[in-house]
Write a protein that binds this ligand. Structure first.
Ligand code: B1H
Length: 843
């Protein structure tokens, strides 16, 4: 009989309801088994994906088809663990960590998933058995570049560690349709190309349009009397969008745990459309959908200097509102009393970008869940902790009251009230000190009325932390001293870390094998064990292998740069690497002055050729598209690189490479090959740095200032294995107070004068002085970050580097000790510190 034919109900519309997900759950748990962990099992699963999911025959398939099928096959092996992890967490609800971050700079997913599942060999053999080139397929993946630099990469390392440590946690963020731009060079100048990372298909994500969440914007607020006769306020928003969750697997390292990263994508709501549809303009209504979808369209490419754009505030509120609603609905599923919400969640605010979550939590608890102000505040102030990632004044986010009132009027009211009560506390603690009250206020008055997001986060957060020891000290004593006076115990430090899985195991397989052969397995999740390598720093066989690994990594890099960028590098030279965002405070110009100085020494015959230690300099850096000076610096580096490459007097002694589009994928190839790591920011400006840690862990020596986590690296690896130079932070502050005149350093230092004159002469810019002028003039007359003041000290340190490098055994010894003593910089340790000091303190 065909009874089922009668049972189908036609539906009127094809829309999605804006309601939270309601599971129908016919069975509580289903037995889930992944495909067989054999070469044949893998090959079969792969063909199933290709044939039955993609509908493509192997012999007609493209490389893209094959890549997609491979990705889906690998994720199939993680699926059972994912469902099991989620079920286990639901069965035993405990306090979770909610990481709120506008950025996740994930890097490629395939290698990481293969490592987590330990399926690399099986997958490779399976592909070979089908006649496919495994590495070619892996190379197809476009990395999800949903972040700018260190801050976004840190978030990715942290969720990796949380999964590897089986900490109940969830990452929340934005699914940008376009991530960080792809950088290309045209005549040495940066040109940005949109990063269409989803264009080939998105095999690592799981969209859940049926679990959409509605987010409101604009409108007004009003007072009303509720059913119990209470006077209350409510928000009458003007428009809304919906947030569609996309889930990403976050696999732990070979531990059967798979956590979730939930990124939100904006769509137009029916309601939104209807208003315009009803006006009769169908085409306009369809067009208007793109207005809503703009919210998650593109990552703002500013690293450390936020632009106060309206769309950016919309992005921030959008993902925060979705995430809080998502989490609260989840706790309500277990009938949880929201006055105890802090027993279920601690939200970590990754910089100020998600700080609008604080008034949003208040609004949800009061307006949607009927709580009184006092009760709502009592719980809200236990649910958030704030990480500050900077000290640069221009990086501190403030949102104009005018914009905030227009976009989020209810939140603005709540912020005012939080501030009123907070300022009462200040007045009580410091009677009569109105200057202090003004400094601490969440609202700034000048140059315009605006909400200081860092102050709001500090008022509401359980803890405030900086990202390296020095930074946390400066944060407490220089950026927020008034808050520290009021609440000394609110301030703490958690030094950043990096995941050893991606940045050693995946990036440096040969070093990993050498380490495992020497100290046994297990160091990948217990990185302090690298200490056991210390005795081998003097072991001839070990150091010889170590050198061979470094050379192999250099050879691989040379071949990659040759293929990828058409850059041909000399075989034997010290590899001196500076990779990070282009920013004046990071001082790529100081590096450039060193290069020009070395060039000048050789071409003028000031040094004998046989005394020169050959070097290859590698830069990698993206500039924010609107950052004029940063782009001029890129142009100048490229100009110098080109001139040097064409000058036969120096080509055997120096080369400068600037591969375009530095990203996580390239970092994984570059860092393991480096001999020297350049960490040369002006002391007090780099909050932490995390590239510095990756280099040390891969056996590069650091030349660096006493800044950020460099301080801790030097303490750990030892003075004799680190090249320190430059002013200390108090000296920088003192010089700034005295008044800094860069030209006096230029006048009084002949080497510096020669380098700057040569740059200014047009020698590197085809004879055109004007092309070098923006950078040169800035150095001579402004030099906000005091490159000229640190120049001589830097040059001296580089001379020490040369001397050390000539001593091959001594250098290798130092490199080994850098690896052995950097285990502290595992992001697992950072997560342990967050747990102990912030998330789950044993009171
Ligand atoms: C860091 C940022 C940042 N600090 C604003 N601040 C952004 C600020 O899109 N924006 O508006 C984006 C990024 N990023 C970096 O964080 C620090 O400069 C590094 O020193 C630090 O290592 C890293 C992680 O803590």
């Amino acid at each position: 009989s065909a009874g089922w034919l009668a049972d189908e109900t036609p539906r009127l519309d094809s829309s999605v309801k804006g309601s939270a997900f309601e599971p129908t759950s016919p069975r509580a748990t289903e037995p889930v088994v992944g495909p067989e962990r054999t070469v044949d099992g893998f090959a079969k699963a792969f063909l199933d994906e290709l044939n039955f999911e993609a509908g493509v025959a192997l012999k007609r398939s493209t490389t893209t088809d094959q890549y997609l099928a491979l990705a889906r096959t690998i994720r199939g092996y993680l699926m059972a663990d994912w469902l099991r992890t989620a079920e286990r967490r639901r069965q035993n609800p405990t306090k979770m960590v909610g990481y709120l971050s506008a950025e996740y700079l994930l890097g490629r997913q395939m290698g990481n998933s293969l490592l987590a599942t330990d399926l690399g060999d099986i997958a490779e053999q399976a592909m070979t058995s089908l006649g496919l080139d495994f590495n070619l397929l892996r190379a197809q993946e476009i990395e999800p570049g949903l972040g700018n630099g260190g801050l976004g990469r840190l978030a990715a390392c942290f969720i990796d560690s949380l999964a590897s440590m089986d900490v109940p946690s969830i990452g929340y963020g934005i699914r940008y349709e376009y991530g960080i731009f792809r950088q290309t060079f045209e005549e040495g100048r940066q040109v940005e190309v949109p990063d269409a990372w989803l264009s080939l298909g998105a095999p690592w994500e799981f969209p859940h349009p049926d679990r959409a969440v509605q987010v409101n914007f604009g409108g007004t607020t009003e007072q009303y009397i509720d059913g119990d006769g209470r006077t209350r306020r409510r928000w009458l928003p003007a428009w809304n969008v919906q947030g569609i969750p996309y889930h990403y697997m976050v696999p732990g390292y070979q531990n059967g745990v798979v956590n979730t990263l939930r990124l939100w994508s904006a769509r137009a709501t029916q309601e939104f459309d209807l208003k315009i549809f009803n006006s009769g303009d169908y085409a306009e209504a369809v067009r208007a959908q793109t207005f809503a979808e703009n919210i998650s369209k593109v990552l703002y490419p500013e690293d450390s200097t936020p632009q106060g754009r309206e769309l950016r505030l919309q992005q921030q509120y959008f993902f925060v509102a979705c995430s809080l609603k998502d989490f609260i609905d989840r706790t309500l599923e277990e009938d949880f009393d929201l006055t105890r919400l802090d027993e279920r969640i601690i939200f970590q605010l990754n910089d100020t970008h998600p700080v609008i979550a604080i008034p949003e939590m208040m609004r949800l608890l009061m307006d949607e869940h009927d709580m009184e102000w006092a009760a709502a505040w009592e719980v809200t102030r236990k649910c958030f902790a704030y990480t500050c990632h900077t000290l640069l004044p221009e990086a501190l986010e403030v949102w104009p009251v005018e914009l905030m009132t227009r976009l989020l009027p209810r939140h603005m009211e709540i912020i005012y009230r939080i501030n009123e009560e907070f300022l009462d506390t200040v007045r009580e603690a410091f009677p009569g000190d109105e200057l202090r009250v003004r400094r601490m206020s969440v609202i700034q008055e000048h140059p315009e009325r605006a909400v200081r997001m860092a102050n709001l986060a500090t008022v509401a957060g359980v803890k405030v932390n900086g990202v390296a020891a020095l930074h946390s000290e400066l944060l407490r004593d220089k950026l927020l001293p008034d808050f520290a006076a009021l609440w000394p115990n609110k301030f703490t430090n958690v030094t950043n870390g990096v995941t050893p899985r991606r940045f050693i195991r995946l990036a440096n397989q040969q070093l990993s094998t050498l380490i495992t052969d020497t100290i046994g397995p297990g160091w990948e999740t217990d990185l302090e064990r690298l200490r056991e390598l210390e005795p081998y720093a003097d072991d001839a066989a070990f150091t010889e292998s170590f050198r061979q690994v470094k050379q192999a990594n250099k050879d691989r890099l040379r071949s990659i740069l040759s293929q990828r960028d058409g850059i041909e590098l000399p075989e034997h030279a010290m590899l001196d690497v500076m990779v990070k965002r282009l920013h004046e405070y990071k001082r790529q110009t100081l590096k450039l002055l060193h290069i020009v100085s070395m060039y000048d020494d050789i071409t003028s015959g000031r040094v004998r050729r046989e005394d020169v230690v050959p070097r290859t300099f590698v830069f990698g850096a993206k500039a924010a598209p609107g950052y004029f000076m940063a782009k001029e610096i890129i142009f100048l580096i490229n100009s110098v690189a080109k001139t040097i490459a064409q000058d036969p007097r120096v080509t055997d002694l120096m080369a400068v490479a600037f591969p375009a589009n530095y990203n996580v994928t390239l970092a994984n190839k570059l860092i393991p090959a480096a001999d020297l790591s350049e960490q040369i920011s002006l002391a007090g400006k780099e909050a932490s740095g995390t590239g510095n840690m990756k280099f040390a862990l891969n056996g590069a020596l650091t030349i660096g200032t006493d800044d950020g986590a460099n301080v801790e690296i030097r303490e750990l690896v030892g003075d004799e294995n680190f090249f320190l130079f430059g002013m200390l932070e108090p000296e920088v502050a003192a010089l700034a107070d005295r008044g800094y005149t860069p030209s006096s350093f230029y006048e009084s230092n002949p080497a510096l004068k020669r380098a700057i004159d040569l740059l200014a002469s047009g020698h590197f810019t085809g004879g055109d002085r004007s092309l070098a002028a923006p950078v040169v003039d800035d150095l001579l007359y402004k030099d906000r970050f005091m490159a000229l003041a640190d120049f001589q000290s830097y040059l001296d340190a580089q001379a020490r580097v040369d001397a050390a490098y000539r001593d091959v055994d001594g250098w290798t010894r130092s490199a080994v000790l850098n690896v052995a003593r950097s285990g502290f910089f595992s992001s697992d340790r950072s997560m342990r510190d967050y747990l102990d000091r912030i998330w789950m303190p044993k009171s």
